[in-house]
Ligand binder design. Sequence first.
Ligand code: SER
Length: 556
Amino acid sequence: MKITSAELREKYLKFFEKKGHKIIPSASLVPENDPTVLFTTAGMQPLVPYLLGQKHPDGTRLTSCQKCIRTGDIDDVGDDTHCTYFEMLGNWSLGDYGKKEAIEFSFEFLMKELGVPLERFAVTCFEGDADAPRDTEAAEIWQNLGIKKERIAFLPKEDNWWGPAGKTGPCGPDSEMFYWKNNSEPAPEVFDPKNKNWVEIWNDVFMIYVKNEESKIVDAVQKNIDTGMGLERAVAVLNGKDNVYDTDIFEEIFKKIPAELEQKQKRIIADHSRAINALIADGVEPSNKERGYVLRRLMRRIIAYEFLSKKEFLKDLIVSAVFAEERSKFLKTLENGIAEYNKLEDIDAEKAFYLYQSFGLPFDILKELNPEKTKNLGREEFEELLKRHQELSRTASAGMFKGGLADAGEQATKYHTATHLLLAALRKILGPEVYQRGSNITAERMRFDFNWSEKLSTAQIHDAENFVNDIINIDLPVSFEEMSLDQAKEIGAMGVFEDKYGERVKVYTIADGDNIISREICGGPHVEHTGVLGHFKIQKEESSSAGVRRIKAILE
Ligand code: SER
């Protein structure tokens, strides 16, 4: 190892400290200042208020090593360069130095501190468009430092523009630095950014613009510098490795993963277990929404791999009660899923999707369990189904769902979900003895009958409306699982008393993390998220028959 991750981290921070920067600690993975993003995805993110002009207590030159989570590339994890969790080294000028110093600092650090050979080095600059001019200024600065013209490429916004991290905020053209990683062939004279032997190691962003609420790029009041170097990638290439997993960062982790697992699985387990540990440390817990959902997805993927391997090793990688609990819960689901899987013959994309949707059995697991049984199962077809699912559950044609609805239009689907929420509200307000006695839905309104003998008070009606609207406002996911009627009863799913059920039923759940708001046996369809329902309003409350009240309500 020429340089370890700890050495690179230390060298970087010390170098910038010498250049007048204050070393600041890594912020939490859960962003504090930016409601438009789920996780901290870059070193600049916790600094957004200061990039926008607020005074930072540590001055105008800062440097840090920031932990980050990026889930956009989650399906690429396991290749050579993608991780969901990584560390980013960075240095910032908050209205202090500009482009020239930023580039000079980067160049000095790479050449003098790390000893990167000039022959292995190339850069890109922004080619210009309607928002900002071609960055010939950056190119000239590089040339003055000795970079040949042939090693400077100009690229469009997709490549040489950064930010904002959320929907609005600081952004600007950038200049990226590349290292030639191939040890058996010298780097060509002319830099071709498409040649995969060039690996991006650092990005200098010239944050001289801001994207505003109207999505317009306007001049920033304070002009900043934001740079970012991915620690894992940089350590890999500086050590002549072609992938991030072959670094000291992962050495101890791989010792704990059984060697006989397939390489890609081992890499995914290594990456995800780092991400899981970091997320748990920052207080994230598995749930069905937002951050918790991402964490759950990471956990379940590797629990499934462990299950398949018939070994127990995750407890050595993730020492946490939160994880242990999720693991034992998911193992039960997996067992049910595998039992269902065993009953099925010739698993195609449709069946695979059913197993995924109802039991959480990941695609890879299906393939790995029995290659013979899944020989007609194609990833593309499966992914196509997955993509279409969102669309389908929105427009949900009646025939797709066994329970069906007279009018399966979008509006009726919303009313259907609102019916579940209203029942949950009434049980909360009046008591758990309340049951649904009937319902009728059109695209215009819903009607709901329940067992109760007295007229509801105005306060009770308001409470019910508020309860439903609160659940709409916090936008909870609506999910379903298919199971046997006995299982459904066991987990406390409500059923409609006149209905006759088959042996297998669908159970729809609306939950806020572990807090189950509603759980009903139901054919669907339902919306995917309560947030789309709009505003719930009770128009009428009256007697329907002896001991049964009727509510008419609308979504506005
Ligand atoms: N924000 C830029 C990036 O993430 C530089 O730190 O690449």
